[in-house]
Design a protein around this ligand. Structure first.
Ligand code: SF4
Length: 250
């Protein structure tokens, strides 16, 4: 999966930018998912008086509103973006307004001051209202007007955004000699490649059918513990693949 985020303050042009890129990616036959981060404190689909709200008030920890045209699963909490992305298996996920994640960012702003407020090493391009001022580049980053340059911006995104990286600090993993965020910044600058991430999953772990990325020392602990246990059993043969499926509810 590839993912990037379009960030910026209200009315800076984020949704227009997201809409144009999604349209171009789907026209190129990629499957695309999206996430919209909503920062209004009062936002909720599940409002007092609705039937789903009453289900939740009665104690349901997960409520689904199933309609004829859509199905809305309502978690009564704000899930982490990592957790949300576990539901996606599209080629691309376009995030709107999500800043905390380790993915490349497109900054939408009204002016240069607005760009500066959001600028960091994960930025790959500028778009939004500021493109109407005639600005073509800001500190080496290209500025795109999505109304006239959606194709060019999408070409750029396709070329620039790597397959999604994890988000470990150098102490947790560091096989590449840095943190995941530093490697992403290096890839964006053109100094590193996605292949410089040396993390390999020698142990495959799935929870609820979803693969879990593990840092090397966790993989090592699991490998050692499993090998120590399994090697005492009849049928154990060194070097053969071992599969363990654990369902604690059965
Ligand atoms: S090797 Fe990969 S997972 Fe490990 S710190 Fe580097 S980028 Fe992150």
């Amino acid at each position: 999966m590839k993912a990037f985020s379009v960030i910026g303050i209200t009315q800076s042009g984020k949704t227009n930018t997201v809409e144009k890129i999604i349209g171009e990616l789907t026209r190129r036959r990629y499957s695309v998912g999206s996430v919209k981060d909503i920062h209004f404190e009062a936002f909720a689909i599940d409002t007092p008086g609705t039937n789903t709200y009453r289900h939740r008030q009665a104690g349901a920890s997960l409520v689904t509103a199933r309609g004829l045209k859509e199905t809305d699963i309502l978690y009564p909490v704000s899930l982490s973006i990592e957790k949300i992305l576990e539901f996606y298996d599209q080629d691309w996920v376009v995030l709107e307004g999500v800043r905390e994640i380790n993915v490349p960012k497109i900054i939408c702003a009204h002016d240069e001051e607005g760009i500066e407020d959001l600028l960091d090493a994960s930025a790959i391009a500028i778009a939004g209202q500021v493109a109407n001022t005639g600005l073509k580049e800001y500190k080496g980053l290209p500025v795109f007007n999505v109304l006239t340059q959606a194709v060019e911006l999408t070409d750029y995104v396709v070329a620039k955004v790597p397959r999604r990286l994890p988000d470990f600090d150098a102490k947790c993993c560091g096989l590449c000699g840095m943190s995941c965020r530093e490697l992403l910044a290096g890839i964006i600058r053109g100094e590193k490649k996605r292949e410089d991430c040396l993390l390999r999953q020698t142990v495959q772990l799935e929870i609820g059918g979803k693969p879990v990325t593990m840092v090397p020392f966790v993989q090592e602990i699991l490998t050692n513990a499993l090998t120590a246990l399994v090697s005492t059993l009849d049928g154990y043969e060194q070097g053969k693949e071992i599969s363990l499926v654990w369902n604690p509810r059965e």
